[in-house]
Design a protein around this ligand. Sequence first.
Ligand SMILES: NC(=O)C1=CN([C@@H]2O[C@H](COP(=O)(O)OP(=O)(O)OC[C@H]3O[C@@H](n4cnc5c(N)ncnc54)[C@H](O)[C@@H]3O)[C@@H](O)[C@H]2O)C=CC1
Ligand SMILES: O=C([O-])CC(=O)C(=O)O
Length: 328
Amino acid sequence: MSKTPVRVAVTGAAGQIGYSLLFRIASGEMLGKDQPVILQLLDLPQAQKACQGVIMELDDCAFPLLAGVFATDDPDTAFKDADICLLVGARPRGPGMERSELLNVNGAIFTVQGKSIAEHAKEGVKVLVVGNPANTNAYIARQAAIKVGRTNPANYHGMLRLDHNRALSMVAAKAGRPVDSLRKMAVWGNHSPTMYADYRFCTVDGQSVKSMINDEAWNNDVFQPAVAKRGAAIIEARGLSSAASAANAAVCHIRDWVLGTDDWVTMGVPSDGSYGIPEGIIFGFPCECKNGSYKIVQGLEIDAYSQEKLNKTLKELQDEAEAVKSLL
Ligand SMILES: NC(=O)C1=CN([C@@H]2O[C@H](COP(=O)(O)OP(=O)(O)OC[C@H]3O[C@@H](n4cnc5c(N)ncnc54)[C@H](O)[C@@H]3O)[C@@H](O)[C@H]2O)C=CC1
Ligand SMILES: O=C([O-])CC(=O)C(=O)O
């Protein structure tokens, strides 16, 4: 092992997403097949025994890249010197609930963890919030971190990659093309039913996918609701919320952020004012990643239909931000 291990803190390590995520990180799928990792697991006191079971299984995989692993119920210990923090630990929703209804139970977790990360992680730490509602939880963590200073406020993200991957898969099926031939997908806004999955810029081999599909009714009546309500459909089918696909999305988000990619990827990032989205709101934007950093794709045309969609999802995020004011 020649490279210095990267420290990856994962919260909610004993949960269902954790159970998919940790093994993929330890196998090198997130940071590269030559990059050793140290896993720093955080979960509640009552989940420590289960964490030890997960560690036993990680040991039993004999992953060559796993340079260390420990579990704790203390955020300051879990985030100490972390290079990457995956904030998964939060309650999932059940059937018939919206993700925003989780704010009351989950919001406070992110005040504590944002502060702890800013105090104890590496200054260049990259943070991805998976726990729902992911955008607003990331907003809470970022605001708490800004109060401390030290870390980079641009590096507090919420996860929209699952929506991006869902959109890619559905558009590829509709166009009858392999999923990896599609480029330039975008999902704007909140990880909620108001998100706007936008394939207007998608290409396959340089050809416009929108012209290939040429079906506005499919876009509005089938595709938009299918992406927006996919999480609920999975809860309905499985009795539990998506886990393996959520873990996969987290792996994709961090892999592309750290290692770069030649395609657009959707990331929930703090707005810099792009496309009229107020600064600091954690909003899904198409991004390009290179050399360990990301930038929002600029200059895309926003037509009247798209503007209406953006306004709606922004309004929801602003309402959520208002609702958590007391936590900030
Ligand atoms: N952004 C996205 O695309 C997606 C987000 N999610 C969300 O991810 C979260 C986790 O989902 P699952 O793993 O299925 O839930 P789960 O209930 O299986 O596991 C959650 C784990 O978090 C732990 N936990 C709770 N509070 C904690 C705290 N303060 N610190 C550390 N750990 C804590 C619990 O003890 C449990 O082990 C949920 O909020 C879910 O809604 C799920 C799918 C997709
Ligand atoms: O729907 C849920 O509650 C879990 C989730 O965020 C998703 O699958 O997109």
